[in-house]
Design a protein around this ligand. Structure first.
Ligand code: NDP
Length: 334
């Protein structure tokens, strides 16, 4: 087997030597167990959170332990009645390992949906799709005619948030880090407007594209971008607080938000959430998202890197904004 082990807590960005790829023999399976081979490993901004010794929503990965991560895998051996070799499963909170052993009861085979590629189960029908769906619908509660702003808009979560908000009849403005991403948002994903935060004055662009203010801020980034959005929220606006990627590599306390008082003046609902809390409702979210996907209402992109050995170095793509859509490592052939 091959497994990435966390050797050191990174300072700032993940560097060579923070993780080590270790080879080990496979143990025989016990009754009720299933062996899987990883096909796609999901790389997520939260991988960086899990490497730090911070008080987060899950305990940090221990030093010397396999790196935690989700993905899709194929069953290669089974001592469990409900699964057979060839079945494709979502490994949930698995590890950065080529092979893994699971209790068969914790896995279910993925449904086969006509015309839907396997990669959709890493994006719209995976954890990032569920994050977008439940964060927006449950907390953002968008109403037709309202204005929704989403940051990291061309990423895995943000691209789904904007398209779901369009389906709800909202005006949707995305904030992203390149002209290419902004073009994809308006020309392919159907956003009403997109702002390149690296080349535009975000506040002025928000004033231009959100003439009626902002009703929902789906927050993925934090920092200066979040401050500009908070300053333009409407009365009784909602702010699903999904992520703060601009802070995950920080080595010092992060100041702000400076426009915090506006959340009081505007009576904004701010709610942090973690998608794993919605796990019992995933079937509902997947059914809705699969329906929209098959109707052609959701466009999605993947940024695929090949080889388990490239997992740690590829994580930086998320922090440098190199990915359009869901960042995936293709570990083995589907
Ligand atoms: P993305 O696919 O959106 O990739 C991250 C993107 O963030 C990059 O492509 C980059 O795009 C942008 N970015 C990176 N650094 C900065 C920065 N300093 N300032 C502004 N933008 C930045 O990743 P995900 O869709 O997986 O995650 C998006 C957010 O959602 C993250 O904050 C993540 O932690 C959070 N999340 C939360 C979950 C939950 O349960 N609460 C579940 C899943 C994700 P650009 O080129 O535009 O800069």
């Amino acid at each position: 087997n091959k497994t990435w082990i966390l050797r050191k807590r990174p300072e700032g960005e993940v560097k060579e030597g923070d993780l080590e790829l270790v080879e080990s023999p496979l143990e025989p399976l016990k009754e009720g167990e299933v062996r899987t081979r990883l096909i796609y490993l999901s790389l997520d901004p939260t991988n960086r959170i899990w490497m730090s010794d911070v008080d987060a929503y899950l305990p940090p990965v221990g030093i010397g332990d396999p790196m935690r991560g989700g993905g899709l895998a194929v069953v290669t051996e089974s001592q469990f009645d409900g699964l057979s070799p060839g079945d494709i499963v979502n490994t949930g909170l698995g590890s950065w390992s080529l092979y893994s052993t699971h209790s068969g009861q914790t896995l279910t085979a993925l449904p086969k949906l006509p015309g839907v590629p396997l990669t959709a189960f890493m994006g719209p029908l995976g954890a990032t799709g569920m994050t977008a769906y439940f964060g927006l619908m449950d907390i953002g509660k968008p109403k037709a005619g309202e204005t929704v702003v989403v940051s990291a808009a061309a990423g895995a979560v943000g691209s789904m948030v904007g398209q779901i908000a369009k389906i709800q009849g909202c005006r949707v403005v995305g904030i992203a880090g390149s002209d290419e991403k902004c073009k994809w948002l308006t020309e392919t994903a159907g956003f009403d407007a997109a702002i390149n935060y690296k080349s535009e004055d975000v506040g002025a662009a928000l004033d231009k594209h959100c003439p009626n203010g902002i009703d929902v801020n789906f927050e993925n980034v934090g920092g200066k971008i979040m401050d500009q959005v908070i300053a333009r929220l409407n009365d009784f606006s909602r702010m699903p607080l999904c992520g703060l990627i601009s802070t995950y590599n920080a080595t010092e306390p992060v100041p702000g938000p400076y426009n915090f008082s506006n959340l009081l003046m505007r009576r904004t609902l701010v709610k942090g959430f973690i998608v794993i809390d919605y796990f019992p409702r995933f079937p509902e979210g997947m059914q809705q998202m699969a329906g929209w996907l098959m109707e052609g209402k959701l466009k999605f992109e993947t940024d695929i890197v090949k080889g388990l050995e490239n997992a740690p170095v590829s994580l930086s793509r998320l922090f440098e904004g190199k990915n359009l859509g869901k960042l995936i490592v293709e570990v083995s052939e589907p």
